[in-house]
Design a protein around this ligand. Structure first.
Ligand code: GUN
Length: 298
């Protein structure tokens, strides 16, 4: 049997960023608007620091205004909400992202609720979740939006396809399911309590794995020819014991990639699949937010 097509998320994201860069230049030239993104990072979580740095660099590379607000780990809920309110009122800022997870003493729900829905480029507010569920224009969470672009690129018309999303987070699983439903798929949201998860996954023409469990999806969970989208990112010790002893690590997804290659029709690698799409879609959302806030699109 032929091996699965490997979906090149890195190349797709580069193309998307180039298109966004051109649209940003047009918005500046025609309307004197420069889209602005503010990212808020509380504390010193190492993975979050890497993501936030990368978001800032890519925002600037697209010609947008980038602000990174780094707050100490002991920032209070009131201080954080005060910053969000200030950014809501800032005319030069069109997108606000509060990097998650927040330090343990902070409650993310009221912080997210404080973000103006039209600047909520994470699509996390109740208003944007409701807009998505109701089929109204809003801002859609970046990772599922990026996954849908990759899926559409491979599959074309999704109408009537069976889709299974493993994971039910507000940031990923739930919006992913809504997007697939809107594209006329028959959608199942599976999770850690789902009975016979392998059998449920085997039904899927499109399988999105976003459970956060390293290499959980094995080859016998995959319908032959299925499109497999791997959203997982787990850092494990290197396979080579000497390298592992020296602290070297490797990144794996939620899918056992090598064996899945033998069964799937197409599959995203980790890294280089879904990951690069997330920031590209964040830039896209910031551009959309800037155009909408200026009344240039509904
Ligand atoms: N932490 C990891 N991914 C994300 C994301 O997409 N948005 C936010 N706000 N925090 C994250």
């Amino acid at each position: 049997m032929t091996q699965a097509r490997i979906i090149d998320g890195k190349a797709f994201a580069a193309g998307l960023r180039a298109r966004i860069g051109e649209d940003v230049a047009k918005l500046k030239a025609l309307h004197r608007i420069q889209p602005g993104l503010a990212v808020v990072l509380v504390g010193e979580d190492p993975a979050s620091q890497i993501y936030v740095k990368s978001k800032g660099e890519q925002t600037e590379a697209a010609g947008m205004r980038s602000e990174t607000h780094r707050l100490p780990a002991n920032t209070s809920q009131a201080e954080l909400i005060q910053l969000v309110s200030k950014l809501n009122a800032d005319k030069d800022i069109h997108g606000i992202l509060v990097q998650l997870p927040l330090p343990g003493h902070l409650d993310s729900a009221p912080v997210i609720a404080a973000i103006h829905p039209d600047k909520d480029v994470d699509g996390l507010t109740v208003t944007n979740a409701g807009r998505l569920a109701s089929g109204l224009p809003g801002l859609v969470s970046c990772t599922p939006a990026g996954c849908l672009m990759l899926i559409k690129d491979v599959v074309g018309d999704l109408s009537g396809k069976t889709a299974v999303v493993v994971g039910r987070s507000n940031l990923m699983g739930k919006p992913m399911a809504q997007l697939l439903l809107q594209a006329d798929c028959t959608v199942t949201i599976a999770h850690s309590r789902t009975k016979d998860l392998p059998a449920v996954c085997r039904q899927a023409d499109i399988l999105v794995a976003a459970a956060g469990r390293a290499e959980m999806v094995r080859s016998d969970w995959i319908k032959p020819g299925a499109v497999v989208i791997d959203v997982g990112i787990t850092r494990l010790p290197s396979r080579d014991p000497d390298a592992a002893a020296a602290g070297k690590t490797r990144i794996v997804g939620d899918v056992a990639f090598e064996e899945a290659l033998e069964v799937a029709g197409a599959i995203t690698p980790v890294p280089g699949g879904v990951g690069p799409m997330t920031i590209a879609c964040l830039l896209d959302n910031t551009l959309i937010a800037a155009r909408r806030l200026a009344g240039l699109e509904p």
